[in-house]
Design a protein around this ligand. Sequence first.
Ligand code: FES
Length: 71
Amino acid sequence: MSDALNSPENDTEEMQQQVCVCYDVMRWEIVESIRQGADTVEKVSDTTYACQGCGGCRPKIESLIEQSSRD
Ligand code: FES
């Protein structure tokens, strides 16, 4: 995922927001995982470790999945 980190579209303030506090997962990491085919919170979690702690970030991940399915 290091290439994705360098891509300009991921280098915005919005993309650098932390989604999962427990595992320090940034928004761009979630978005990238969804782009690579993760279409459930579980799949995003498998690739990014997000949502493997308190679960408080689940609604945010769900909404990112939802947004991307509308694009
Ligand atoms: S904030 Fe993501 S698991 Fe706690």
